[in-house]
Design a protein around this ligand. Structure first.
Ligand SMILES: *[C@@H]1O[C@H](CO)[C@@H](O)[C@H](O)[C@H]1NC(C)=O
Ligand SMILES: *[C@@H]1O[C@H](CO)[C@@H](O)[C@H](O)[C@H]1NC(C)=O
Ligand SMILES: *[C@@H]1O[C@H](CO)[C@@H](O)[C@H](O)[C@H]1NC(C)=O
Length: 263
């Protein structure tokens, strides 16, 4: 573009200096025109050469820019690949961490659960050993006052019977649970009468008592006994007859009682 512009200026400058002298010879004129044309041709060729050089430089620059552009594109693509790889690695790592955490948590929960189960079982064992079930009874006032040998005394008024071990029908206490029991009996007699009583476990005498006095009075017997569940104890007259008799009023009670004190 610049080359064409320069050419136009040159042409116009050449034409502007055209001689208008009518006195000049035709030959002289033609020679001058030819000379100018040759000069123009030289100038034109120079401009063309310059243009060619400029074009070449521009072409070279363009090639450089194109190559640079391609290089940059390649670099950007490589960076993009690297970034994608890094993202993929990060995501899989995050997934693994999450998985590890949840499996670690699961292990902790399972372990805690197992520990809890063990503690619970141990606690139940200890509870069975430590807790003593409530078993106790107290009955009084046998309806029969005269006693015969071998008679089991039935205390018909039941004050308390926790665990339902005592029977007011048979007068016997049957252990509802295995353990160590304390048994007590309290017996009152009128003046000059005997009472010969025994605390008996399944036919075996645990303790025997004999009360006789000229006045009203009472006597207590106690015994510790280990009973299995289902074993029975009772109060029995070891020797009856007309000289044996029980006494009772509202403050002198004849009674039989007991309690489970250890299991
Ligand atoms: C996940 O757990 C495995 C096995 O315990 C271990 O090798 C790995 O390094 C853990 N991964 C992470 C990300 O913590
Ligand atoms: C923990 O134990 C209980 C009872 O044995 C069970 O029902 C529950 O599913 C357990 N929990 C886990 C997380 O294992
Ligand atoms: C019970 O009998 C005894 C002996 O006879 C007597 O001392 C006592 O006052 C009597 N008690 C009642 C409440 O009757």
């Amino acid at each position: 573009m610049t080359g064409i512009f320069q050419l136009l200026i040159l042409v116009s400058a050449t034409l502007a200096s055209e001689p208008s002298c009518p006195a000049c010879s035709k030959y002289d004129y033609e020679e001058k025109v030819l000379e100018r044309m040759i000069r123009m041709e030289f100038a034109f060729e120079k401009v063309m050469n310059e243009n060619k050089a400029v074009s070449k430089t521009v072409e070279q620059d363009l090639t450089c820019i194109k190559e640079e552009n391609e290089r940059l594109h390649a670099t950007v693509d490589a960076l993009k690949d690297q970034q994608e790889q890094a993202e993929r690695r990060l995501i899989s790592l995050m997934y693994e961490v999450e998985k590890n955490q949840s499996s670690a948590l699961e292990n902790v929960v399972t372990e805690a659960n197992n520990t809890l189960k063990q503690i619970s079982a141990a606690f139940n064992d200890i509870k069975d050993q430590v807790i003593i079930p409530a078993v106790y009874f107290h009955a009084r006032s046998p309806p029969t006052r005269s006693l015969s040998t071998g008679e089991v005394i039935v205390y018909s008024t039941v004050e308390t019977n926790q665990g339902n071990g005592y029977s007011a029908t048979t007068g016997k206490f049957t252990a509802p649970t295995r353990g160590l029991y304390l048994l007590v009996t309290h017996t009152c007699t009128p003046p000059n009468k005997y009472s010969l009583l025994q605390i008996v476990k399944e036919g075996s005498v645990l303790i025997a008592s004999n009360r006789y006095d000229a006045a009203y009075g009472c006597l207590s017997s106690q015994v510790f006994v280990q009973l299995d569940a289902g074993e029975s104890v009772w109060i029995q007259c070891s020797s009856g007859g007309s000289n044996t008799q029980l006494f009772e009023n509202s403050s002198y009670w004849t009674s039989f009682g007991g309690a489970l004190i250890h299991n």
